[in-house]
Design a protein around this ligand. Sequence first.
Ligand code: NAD
Length: 492
Amino acid sequence: LLGTIGYTCYQIWDDRHPQEQFQPDPSKKTLVVLGTGWGSVGLLKNLDTENYNVIVISPRNYFLFTPLLPSCTTGLIEHRSIMEPVRTILRHKKAAVKYYEAEASSVDPDRKVIKIVDNRDGTPKGAETEIPYDMLVIGVGAENATFGIPGVRENSCFLKEIGDAQLIRKKIMDCVERASFKGQTQEEIDRLMHMVVVGGGPTGVEFAGELRDFFEEDIKKLIPEISHRFKVTLIEALPNVLPSFSKQLIEYTENTMREENIDIKLKTMVKRVTEETVQAEVSRPDGSKEVLTIPYGLLVWATGNAVRPVVRDLLGKIPAQKNSRRGLAVNEYLVVQGTSDIWAVGDCAVAGYAPTAQVASQEGTFLARLFNNMAKTEAHEGRITELSGTLNLQQGNAAEVAQEIESLEKQLRRIKDVKPFKYSHQGSLAYIGSDKAVADVPWFNGNFASGGSLTFLFWRSAYLSMCFSTRNRVLVIVDWLKSKAFGRDVSR
Ligand code: NAD
């Protein structure tokens, strides 16, 4: 007990202690990291910041634990529980790191500079500056794909950032309150209470499941007069949902969701969106096509990723990237092809893996190891050159120096032996509603597929263990308990 109290006191003291000032050291290289998502934070967590002048640039001054974002849309989890401030993350590094809250608007690989824009609310437009780099890591993620479908940007909600989840939470309650307003027509109530989700990937499926729980567990009790009019439709262009999961789990998910009264429309491609309707084309088994017009109250668009403008701009500046469409093509050491001092991690990099948090995090960790090794290599080589120079001058302890050189050379061979990046898949998990989840986990050289309530407990404990900090973990547990005991908070 005394130990725990002592440790906690030390942590509090350590956290309150004035932070060391960032002083660039001219003898060190400047390493600039763009982004504060899974890839960049995976790198920062494991990087020895004493080896470089490290600068982090991101418009988002926190790390977001994205796997639990769908739970924020209904208030099951409060958004701050899954956010970790960048300043807190960087505070614990050995050497100080500079952070700029800004968006990188372009990278000039010839001049080795990044143009950054301070685009916070209230900042005069055009507050721009340049940051020079020796080494650059791009971990800016991706934006929402809309495939240029008319009306999507103007009328849909997305589910990528905290702001998106907050907007959805507000809009759900807007629909519910408006539907229960005096004198509302039956047709309007049905439209408002119809929640449409486009995209049957993990994001769409998890969100549809969370929505169903919210209505079953809370809205039904609070506003029973309209809750039977509530309907969720999940639209997917492919013949099944969750294409990356095993056949058995796809079937389980689709059956469970149908039992939960979620209307799954497969082989249905959304072609147009208006303020109140979705127009979709259904492919029938006989090959014919039918156009459906579906009225909605809330529309959530979850059809995957598209390249961000800063990455698209850079693709055009590197001749070796001219055929890359989905992001920055990288080699097995995550170096952006056609460059020698730019690396890319996460959803903006094309390394041959799916754009998931797991891949991004492992790429970030790999780069940290690579950079730590590069710094050690340079230090060892410098020391060997220095010792070799003195070897001829030394008379007495020449044998000792020769031995040290030999030992350093041995260490150097080991340090230099960094194997290329290889992704190790730990499994895929998805929540599907009514306290059930699906898990595709590679175990004992085989694939273990499971779905149901036990898997739901596994899903919860796995996500809990993956949370960034103990603080996040405690807050998420408290949110879960709070919602179970008192219901979700439905205030706007
Ligand atoms: P996704 O790319 O996995 O799925 C998008 C789906 O939208 C596709 O199945 C596509 O066929 C469908 N679609 C595209 N256009 C459409 C249209 N016009 N009409 C109807 N359907 C259309 O997208 P996501 O779910 O956002 O996931 C993005 C990435 O993040 C994926 O790699 C995913 O595996 C990963 N992810 C994983 C988890 C998890 O493991 N729990 C959770 C979230 C995201």
